[in-house]
Write a protein that binds this ligand. Sequence first.
Ligand code: MCN
Length: 790
Amino acid sequence: AESEREEPDVEGVFGAGIKRDEDLPLLLGEGTYTDDISLPGMTYLAIKRSDHAHARIVDIDTSEAESKADVVAVYTGDDVEASGVPNTIPTAWDLPGLVQPQYRMLAIDKVRHEGDGVAAVVAETPQAAHEARKRIHVEYEELEAVTDPVTAVERDIPQIHEESDDNIAFDFELGDADAVNESFSAADRTASVTLRQPRLIPNAIEPRAAVADWNDSTQKLRLWMTSQNPHLHRMLLSAGTLGIPENNIRVIAPEVGGGFGSKIYHYPDEAITAWCSMQLGRPVKWRASRSEGYLTDCHGRDHVTDAEIAIDNDGTIQGVRVETHAGLGAHLSQFGTATPSYLYATVLSGQYTIPAIHCRVIGAFTTTTPVDAYRGAGRAEGIYVIERLMDVAARELGMDPTEIRRKNLIPADEFPYESAAALVYDSGEYERAMETALEHVDYETLREQQQTLREEGRYLGIGVANFIESAGLSPSGLAGQLGAQAGGWESSIVRFDSTGSVTVLAGTADQGQGHRTTYAQIAAEELGISVDDVEVVEGDTDRIPQGMGTYGSRSASVGGGSIARGARDVREKARRIAAHQLEASVDDIEFEDGEFYVAGASDRSLHIQAIAHEAYLGHDLPEEMDPGLEATNFYDPENFTYPFGTHVAVVEIDPETGAITIERYVAVDDCGEIINPTIVEGQVHGGIAQGIGAALYEGAAYDEDGHLQTRRMDEYAVPHATYLPDFETDSTVTPSPHNPIGVKGVGESATIAAAPAVVAAVTDALEPFDVDHLDMPVTPETVWRAMEEE
Ligand code: MCN
């Protein structure tokens, strides 16, 4: 049974910067996205949306729309309710005292944000559906709008939901208020900052879309959709919205063109697409336009925060106190309660030893698009707060911003480290990453240069941001204690086919992260085969029985951890077959580069791919062993992973115009063991771009009546490549002890770090003008006005 296969080149499969396997078909335009799905007899859905931020629905007249050519049906919220389905878009994260108003597929009685769905029109063509939508006449009685989370709870404004008379959804506290009060009394000084983190609109290249196909005779639903977590969508659709048994729903996420969080959520739109298909017994397609996406894709951030820090004269931090009003928008999105509470407050210790922390978050309903996790989710907001506090504290003390940071860093020998904000960090070498970043920019020389330039009337600014991230969102037990209505585990199947190729079926769902490549690297490494022999499949609930999906930078650690464990189980079964066929004891069988051999007799060997063939023949297996060579794995890690790093931005301000030029951007990231350095670098590049976007350009704007002002791509400033500098990236490697492959997440890291680094650089440049803080987006106008005021 000698293997005659060519030796695969398996050296360094894990850790190799190989090219992304998924890219070629995508670059050639051969990818199949949801909107590419076309079914016989398919109809098209358009959703009539509210033009008002807050209004009572007096009457909906659908008769003219119904009379139009090619219109199949027009439905209102009352029709949906009358159909008897549960009609709930449920939240997936509970908090103590949470107010949970009913959220339906189409509004009944009232609309609560511009873009709330009020009617659905299905037609034979997309054009007919869009034309008919204009012929649905809705009579409204307008109510007052409120877009700001502070105003929403402080002023005597109309109630948005019957269930909450003060527009408060939750009042959340974390940490020890008494200890913080004591630390503030005992410390030498305090410093504070009030800051706003504006609403961000996610800008996935592919808008959301769905194709639903209900089969009346089998009572089964197939739903193609732009999903980051098809299994979660299946569960929420089943129990909460449509009342179809979960095993009669198949959710398929084909290629997904970006998400950044926005495709995690169970929106009314995909659900109503499915409901329409159930009514008609015909396939129905819905696709958002870009502007429709701006009105309905969950936005991110929207925080107004008062933050204070207690410090001793030598720079030692004694305590941090934070109070935030978080705008939740008009409805509770699935994780819209978790993002501004646990995901935010728990990272307020950042990289520092802070003995006492207290955070209060008031979650406020406003008459705006719902807010939920957007890349960095909660952690970005929290790190921004602590990093701004570090800078204002440094100013207060007349210390260099790097000195105060260095002084308070959690030392490398203190891990696992339990922070006063209730997290236990897995591992870290913060000083190493920070010093590496500072060396890259030659920090001391840069400071000297800054002085010289200032004398010439030129304003250079250096911003340093240290970050941690709690990535992975597991284990399930912890997630459950915090209120999650979903598990924190991940699942996969690693399956050898009888000819020696391997299929990995993973419960996560890629939107551009490169899972097909990195998962193949993990499996290939564990099995000693070439990545070319591994096929990775995601995004189909009928092929992959269970999963939790892709968000919270969890796929490498939790999904990858599951695949590594499954591959190891497969390898161990193969080892037993090898021992049997080589007539040796299992303990004497060694494994290297895919080859099992008898210790001390390397000529007696069997390749794992040849064993796969034997496993499916089943002719000569150990007694009581079942045929086949595959493993199903459920993996629930012990803890989150805690990626970290230091980013440095160097900017120059033009004193005439306030224009900001980023001269250099250095990122040192530590995401533990690196599966694929090219992919990690790509993730860091994308993350920096989004962080810089938040710092300098982006921000959703509403007018007084609650109308979104930034509703198109030429009104909402996503940074162009030409706005961005060359990124200089580097990494340190501190493995996580909490998963079998030592990895930490990286998908959100750079977004978390970039915003505080850039804002710090701008305020550093403006030190001579006594500007401590400027709110994002820091535009030339803000800078110019701040300089003028001084
Ligand atoms: N990786 C690696 N080595 C590590 C860590 C990660 O090689 N030590 C690889 C992973 O195998 C994966 C990629 O880097 O291919 C990102 O891994 P991970 O950090 O686990 O993040 P997820 O795959 O779970 O992706 C989610 C994360 C989030 S939360 C957002 S938001 C985000 C992001 O990823 N949205 C993205 N990156 C994005 N990238 C693209 N192109 N599009 C999006 O919408």
